[in-house]
Ligand binder design. Sequence first.
Ligand code: UDX
Length: 443
Amino acid sequence: GGTSMRLTLVGTGYVGLVAAVCFAKLGHDVIAVDREPVIRGLLENKSKVWEPHLEPELADVMAKGRLRFETSIVKSAADADSLMIAVGTPTRPDGQTELGHIHEVLAQLMQSGTCPPLVIIKSTVPVGTCDELEASLLAAGLHTEVAFNPEFLRQGSALHDFTAPDRIVLGCKTSQAETMLRELYEGIEAPIHVCDRRSAELIKYASNAFLAMKISFANMMSDVCEGYGADIRHVMNGVGADRRIGPEFLSAGVGYGGSCFSKDLQALLTTGKLIGSKLPLLEATAKVNDQRIPRMIAKLISLWGNPLGKRLCVLGIAFKPNTNDVRDAPFLTLLAQCERHGIEVQAFDPVVAHVGAKAVKVMDSPYTAAAKADAVLIMTEWPQFAELDWPYLLHLMRQPLVLDGRNLLPDSMISQIVAVDDAVYVPVGRPMECSTSVREERP
Ligand code: UDX
């Protein structure tokens, strides 16, 4: 093993909690800090974060004494080699990034008059933030370097992504900071990309913007495929086989959601605006994404005729499989638009038991959600949705209409679906398929 460091980590949200567990697993002594109710929830096993493998790994590092929880930042930072900050940095309605939570953490350290020699910002922050934070610490008499170390983990595969990342980005000013950061990550096999802090801050935004742009590109092309009877899966497979492009993040569907892509795109647009740059690729990326749900609704309406009083079964509530996170989920947009059209929604998600919104009934099985529905819409690619008893599910519905918003169902299942009388299967970016009875109806 390498050098064991004493790390205090502030913020136990998705990124903070996963980082705390993984750094503890690497052999460091980690104290994770958050507000009292959050820590109490964590200790009572009522974490808001649902992530595969997280619970047992958390229990393991706690049992080994490598990770403990605290509520006082000042007390936990007193003996630490470095302090990592992984608190939320949401985008305000005016497009600026809210750094209030980071400032609060630093304010407590400034008041106490002590601070570890290295503060590592893990939260996504606008370019120039680390320079500013370091200057304000210095003005308070604290000689601390503020480094930037972005996190690229995806929800649903967070532990894997953290321990086997494509790269580690270290934005720092001095070689001492670089050395400490390298020690922190010792044991993880990944290329380490060291650069100045401003570049590192931009790497995070540019990466998310580029991924969102890939998705919007695939979605845009899927509209072309629908218009000309081509298959978006073949098109994107053919495109992605070019190593300069790469095969990932080219799946068309209902659009991207989640707390990162939209937020970071908006923040980067604001960053551009502040220097008079419009960043039109980002504007187009967001615009294409915003059209996805209206397009799904338009498909439904064209198949139904009048949408008023129709019942829609939705499979998948969270913004993607393997997470219970509903923030910025396309489902919420769908729900609002269904409400406007008078469409009733019954939804099911394997790990979401309820949604804040009123206009939806969350059911405890896909079959109860499909009862008397006029269509079923697959919103997320949970593998178990592909393994449902689809002929039975269709039999429970008022109208056997399947909209596959993620092109999830395999051909074998689609054949079973269109073997049902009157059934119609509507994928994204490729021709729809229907039962012979429907084909006869529409010559
Ligand atoms: C993303 C980035 O991937 C990660 O690097 C960053 O740290 C945080 O933001 P996350 O939001 O957890 O991670 O999920 P991700 O797997 O990237 O998916 C985001 C959204 O894009 C989901 O709604 C997903 O369904 C959608 N998506 C993804 C597509 O619509 N098509 C694709 O091909 C890939």
